[in-house]
Design a protein around this ligand. Structure first.
Ligand code: FUL
Length: 470
């Protein structure tokens, strides 16, 4: 038996319809900016800087800006590739740990203004902005807190420098959708010639609340990433795989960027006090930066597809890194793999095989219409098909504007005689959970909630046939 309760309200009404504090229905919910971010699902990271020209992953900070000299730099190519790949934006390493700035910051000489590229008049951030606008992509920035070039790193003066640079990025390059604060920092470096090791207390040194306030002031729609949020958090590994159990909630204020053993938090915390969903960052190659020696190590389409299923399909967003090469282009092999993944995504998701059999609120692509599963016995959605379809992937979404509530579920498929078989049992759902199963002829599907911490609202369900990949 199933319980239908069609929710067709405005978002504003929904957000105000929570029960009084202290009751079971008082959920931690996402902000509007977090909801918008969650809808992006898939976007690009670009690691490109001085390391591209030194063949390193972490520059020491003593590299000459003269090394930065891409011969065919074309941000239009990056944006075109990202767009054609189905990505929604690009996050650029404006400054990596080596301290080299890709824009002509007035606060340092360690930037493109002292590079031969564009005769020292180049501004990569500006070029990327133009290209993102041209291709309808969002733009984000990565600004490494650790700076192995700056003489003041480790002192109060560096925090001022960091905020000055951040303010340049926040005020000169149009709307940013995400600001990325890396947790890796502290250790040896050039530090203006000191050539020493500098350790900072990652909990207190950066005085994060005041830096976050700058982002809110100048870019109120941007989400901030770090190991611990405040808006989105690290998934806990750089392999591209979210945790099978992924709560978007976290006791945020007990964790901080760069803390040891952060990967312990990859599952989130069911009773967490803040909404801080995961972002899965992974590179299309072994390294984050370009190395010619990795030209034959670009991830296969099958690998990328598996990553997609285990990130976007596990209540996370996928930030896929493209190491732009020394020409200043996304390498041909990487482009080919990205387009291979796009073909797979299109072939799989173009059609929802239960769209006509499912109630419209579950298949209209709108999280504001949903099916309410009341507590009690009938925690089940069953969709029968009049003609069998070949399928191997089921996708389900919670209406997360009310919070994340499913703790465990079962999924069933009905064979050609109409017999339901349990093919999957899992824990969390959240924004989106994708379940793959052996390709078979399906006459019905059932999604059953085993345990939930509060009323469950299912926004969407979909059934697909993903092409087989090598
Ligand atoms: C890490 C950095 O140390 C890597 O170089 C890279 O930027 C990755 C995305 O984050 O913490």
């Amino acid at each position: 038996m199933r319980t239908f309760y069609i929710g067709l309200f405005s978002l504003a009404l929904l957000l105000h319809s929570c029960s009084p504090a202290g009751t079971k229905e008082q959920s931690v919910v996402p902000s509007a900016r977090q909801l918008n971010w969650q809808d992006l699902e898939y976007y690009a990271f670009v690691h490109f800087s001085i390391n591209t020209f030194t063949d390193k992953e972490w520059g020491f900070g003593d590299e000459s800006p003269e090394l930065f000299n891409p011969t065919e730099l074309d941000t239009d190519q990056w944006a075109r590739v990202a767009k054609e790949a189905g990505m929604k934006g690009i996050i650029i390493t404006a400054k990596h740990h080596d301290g080299f700035a890709l824009w002509p910051s007035v606060y340092t000489e360690h930037s493109v203004k002292n590079s031969p590229w564009r005769d020292g008049k180049g501004d990569l951030l500006k070029e990327l902005r133009t290209s993102c606008d041209k291709y309808g992509l969002k733009m984000g920035v990565y600004l490494s807190p650790w700076d192995r070039n700056h003489p003041d790193y480790g002192t109060e003066a560096y925090i001022t420098y960091y905020r000055n640079q951040l303010t340049e990025l926040l005020t000169q390059y149009g709307p940013l959708f995400e600001v990325w604060f890396d947790g890796a920092n502290g250790g040896d470096g050039y530090y203006g010639g000191a050539n020493e090791s500098r350790k900072v207390d990652k909990l207190t040194y950066y005085d994060w609340p005041n830096t976050h306030a700058l982002v809110r002031q100048y870019q109120p729609d941007a989400v901030m990433f770090s190991d611990a949020g405040p808006d989105i958090r690290w998934v806990g590994n750089e392999k591209g795989y979210a945790n099978q159990t992924t709560w978007s909630t976290l006791y945020r204020d007990s964790v901080y960027a760069g803390m040891p053993d952060f990967d312990r938090f990859s599952a989130g915390q069911e009773e967490g006090t803040h909404w801080v969903p995961t972002e899965t960052d992974v590179s299309i190659r072994p390294g984050w930066f370009y190395h010619a020696s990795e030209d034959d190590k670009v991830k296969t389409v099958a690998h990328l597809w598996d990553i997609y299923l285990n990130s976007v399909g596990l209540n996370s967003n996928l930030l896929l890194n493209l190491p732009v090469d020394r020409r200043g282009l996304v390498h041909e092999t990487d482009v080919e793999r990205l387009m291979g993944l796009k073909t797979q995504l299109d072939a799989t998701f173009a059609q929802n095989l239960i769209a006509s059999a499912a109630p419209s609120e579950l298949s209209d692509g709108d999280r504001n219409t949903f099916e309410l599963l009341q507590s009690g016995e009938s925690h089940r959605i069953e969709i029968e098909l009049t003609t069998p379809v070949e399928a191997n992937l089921f996708s389900v979404q919670e209406a997360i504007q009310f919070g994340q509530h499913i703790q465990s579920f079962r999924f069933f498929v009905a064979d050609e005689s109409g017999n339901y078989k349990n093919v999957y049992e899992g824990t969390t759902v959240g924004n989106k959970r994708m379940i793959t199963f052996d390709t078979q002829n399906v006459t019905g599907v059932a999604f059953e909630v085993i345990e939930a911490k509060a009323t469950v609202r299912i926004a969407e369900v979909a059934l697909h046939r993903a092409p087989d990949l090598e």
